[in-house]
Design a protein around this ligand. Structure first.
Ligand SMILES: [Zn+2]
Length: 274
């Protein structure tokens, strides 16, 4: 192999082991360096973290979470600042191919809303955005996440959506088909930071904050079983599946956000059990 080939090989095989760099305060990092992924790790307590220009919160015992957006750059940099200096870890990010999904039969008003309905959706989006600004120091995100319900996956993160023939923004959740009334369980512990029974696009909407900027959003719900400010444990029944908002039939749409990035919840759970 030519030298350049070896350099590429070393760069590829060694990108996930950059933390072994002597002296770095990075102790571990778990997850896949792929567009949409969520990664979790630990640094020596007292380390400051910056990732893609964002200041990343660090827990009392050094816990942190990172998210890669749908169209994350091919190379990202994690900067760690400790009492003994500064370390820069560069990671290669796998690119994902996103498919196009055509959805027919959603209520036409949710594809071409009136001026009045658009004004409503802007207000609702602002309320949702505001709810996600809370930055809890909890580290519930370090748990092993579980599927909120078991069922066939009918929509995936990142796909380009065409509703009733009209292109709209990409889909950022995972859709799991289930009859109306099916129980939704908390995929991990957290605090309820938004309860909205009927938003224009997302219908019954619930957000659970897992700490340090990572949250789960559940939409199209028929019923929400928890209240604002409640603390939930993993596995708690939090809601029931529905078809409210822009939906063609009953399903759960589970989304995740990390400090303003929309990330893929399936990066935290294994394959859907059959
Ligand atoms: Zn969906």
């Amino acid at each position: 192999m030519k030298l350049s080939g070896w350099i590429v090989l070393i760069a590829l095989t060694c990108s996930p082991c950059a933390w072994s760099e002597p002296g770095s305060p990075l102790q571990e990092i778990k997850g896949r360096w792929q567009q949409g992924s969520i990664l979790r790790g630990k640094v020596q307590a007292g380390t400051q973290i910056e990732f893609q220009g964002k200041k990343v919160p660090v827990g009392d015992h050094g816990e942190f979470v990172l998210g890669l957006g749908r169209d994350a750059d091919a190379e990202v940099e994690l900067v760690l600042k400790g009492p003994e200096g500064e370390w820069r870890h560069v990671y290669a990010v796998e690119k994902r191919e996103y498919n196009i999904q055509r959805i027919e039969g959603v209520p036409q008003k949710t594809v071409t809303p009136s001026a009045e309905q658009q004004a409503r959706t802007r207000k609702e989006a602002a309320r949702v955005w505001q709810a996600r600004q809370t930055l809890r120091s909890a580290t519930d995100f370090m748990q092993d996440f579980k599927w909120p319900l078991i069922g066939p996956i009918t929509g995936v993160y990142g796909s380009q959506r065409i509703y009733n023939g009209e292109p709209r923004s990409p889909h950022y959740g995972v859709d799991i088909a289930a009859p109306t009334g099916t129980a939704v369980q908390a995929p991990a512990a957290g605090e309820v930071i938004l309860v909205e029974p009927d938003l224009f696009y997302s219908g019954g909407t619930l957000i659970i904050d897992h700490g340090q900027g990572l949250s789960s959003t559940f939409i199209h719900l028929s019923k929400i079983l928890v209240g604002l400010g409640d603390n939930v444990s993993q596995g708690d029944m939090i809601a029931e599946v529905g078809a409210s908002g822009r939906a063609t039939g009953p399903h759960l749409d589970w989304r995740m956000n990390w400090l303003g990035e929309r990330v893929d919840p399936t990066s935290l759970v294994g394959p859907m059990p059959q």
